[in-house]
Design a protein around this ligand. Structure first.
Ligand SMILES: C[S@@+](CC[C@H](N)C(=O)[O-])C[C@H]1O[C@@H](n2cnc3c(N)ncnc32)[C@H](O)[C@@H]1O
Length: 436
């Protein structure tokens, strides 16, 4: 392992080559997903490998300029580095970076999903391209797994290239942790590997913001055929800090089928979700371009019901009609059709929040004295089912309001919601506090 000046030289060249590539790939970045790992994150990823006395061969899929290979080889004993990169314009820079290590290395210019080698690797490190692409990959055991995104396909491929007990560290979006879309991939990972560590980067870290990538990123460490021990979890990690790992049993991270990384369940007990506890989140049924013809700004003649829009939600409650409304406030009862909800108490939650707003869950208490119509940009928490909306008791509504606005619920939500949208389905999956 290079030390002293050699080490500094390796880091200097790796950073230089990364900098050159950021400039040279401006045009191809979108096509190839060339978001190069910042040095601090490369060092953090490399620190997750177990230290061994034996030198092991390392593979980096989608290697870019090789920064991950460099930092890994500087962190753990490495016998060789094999980098696979499909963009020929990056190959020279990658070679220059890896050459500084004084180790056997090769840079293969090929599609990472097509490569094969006549040997196994002891470690894999990757920051793969993130791009929607459904791929069916068959691993070295003949198991076929469907991956919805290139990054997941790269992980399956890397696992295939590892020897048994080989370790993989990947920098990936956190979208794989939840939802039906990634379920086959998640099952595959958890059946083929032990999940050893996860670092979830603080969303404010904006790890790849220099490239305009605002996805929430995590760093995962897996061991192929590993025995599942406790998972080391570091949540809301800020670059530059030492990761504050907490050991957690895997089952504590599983909420149904999803992996949920949040302090709320670290060391906590299994709790019922909103839906399991007999409540329900449903989306408001009034869509303006469908029902809007019979909507008016001020109360007109005939049977009209209040129409609750996002602009009516303020100060934790609902103000209807809004002062100086920009949107219609009343709806012909006939126009509302089955979009009406009965009088009573509810908690309303905005479905969309501005990108720059860090808090995504915003609840408002609705005490409706008559049936009202709720517009489609709002979710309704109620005591009914997916088919029928039933009002809450007042005390329940007040407690649900506190719960939805709490920082604990927000942190849970952020741990699996991968868009800025707040879907009713995501709300139904949130664990509830006891006693609501
Ligand atoms: C997110 S960048 C990361 C680069 C590098 N690993 C790093 O950490 O800086 C992904 C890299 O994968 C490369 N890439 C994209 N599709 C690829 C493919 N099918 N096979 C191999 N490399 C690919 C891109 O050119 C890019 O360099």
């Amino acid at each position: 392992m290079p030390t002293g000046n050699n080490r500094e030289n390796s880091i200097r060249i790796a950073i230089e080559e990364r900098g050159k590539a950021i400039i040279s790939t401006q045009k191809s970045r979108e096509d190839y997903r060339q978001y190069f790992t910042p040095p601090e994150i490369a060092a953090l990823a490399a620190s997750l490998f177990s230290s061994t006395s034996a030198s092991l061969p390392l593979i980096d899929l989608g290697a870019g300029t090789g920064i991950l290979g460099v930092y890994t080889a500087l962190s753990v004993p490495t016998s060789s580095v094999t980098a696979v990169e499909s963009d020929i314009s990056l190959v020279e820079g990658c070679r220059r970076s890896l050459a500084t290590l004084g180790l056997e290395y090769s840079v293969v210019c090929n599609d990472a999903l097509d490569v094969s080698f006549d040997r196994d690797f002891g470690r894999a490190v990757l920051n793969p391209p993130y791009q929607k692409a459904v791929t069916d990959l068959t691993d070295d055991d003949g198991v076929t797994v469907r991956t919805p995104n290139l990054y997941a396909a790269f992980i399956v491929k890397a696992i295939s290239l590892l020897s048994s007990k080989g370790e993989l560290v990947a920098i990936v979006p956190r979208s794989w942790m939840s939802g039906a879309y990634y379920a086959p991939f998640r099952h595959y990972i958890l059946s083929r590997c032990s999940l050893d560590s996860i670092i979830v980067l603080d969303s404010r870290t904006d790890a790849f913001s220099e490239f305009g990538v605002l996805q929430e990123i995590c760093i995962v460490k897996l061991t192929k055929d590993g025995c599942q021990h406790l998972v080391s979890v570091a949540e809301n990690h800020r670059i530059g800090d030492k990761p504050a790992f907490q050991p957690v049993e895997l089952k504590q991270l599983l909420l149904g089928d999803d992996l949920v990384i949040a302090t709320a369940n670290v060391g906590g007990k299994q709790r019922a979700t909103l839906a399991e506890a007999g409540f329900r989140a449903s989306t408001g049924k009034i869509v303006m371009h469908r029902n809007g013809a019979s909507a008016t700004a001020s109360k007109g003649r005939g049977v009209q019901v209040p129409l609750i829009q996002v602009e009516n939600l303020s100060n934790g409650g609902v103000l209807h009609p809004a002062e100086n409304p920009k949107k219609p406030q009343w709806l012909d009862a006939h126009g509302a059709r089955n979009g009406l909800i009965p009088a009573g108490y509810y908690v309303l939650v905005k479905r969309f929040s501005p990108k720059e707003e860090k808090k995504r869950l915003r609840g408002f208490l609705l005490a409706a004295k008559e049936p009202v119509a709720v517009e489609n940009h709002i979710n309704i928490l109620h005591a009914g089912t997916a088919r029928s909306v039933v009002p809450l008791k007042r005390a329940q509504a007040e407690r649900l309001l506190q719960w939805v606005n709490s920082s604990e619920t927000e942190s849970y939500f952020n741990s699996f919601a991968s868009t800025t949208q707040v879907n009713a389905g995501d709300l139904n999956r949130l664990p509830l506090e006891r006693g609501i």
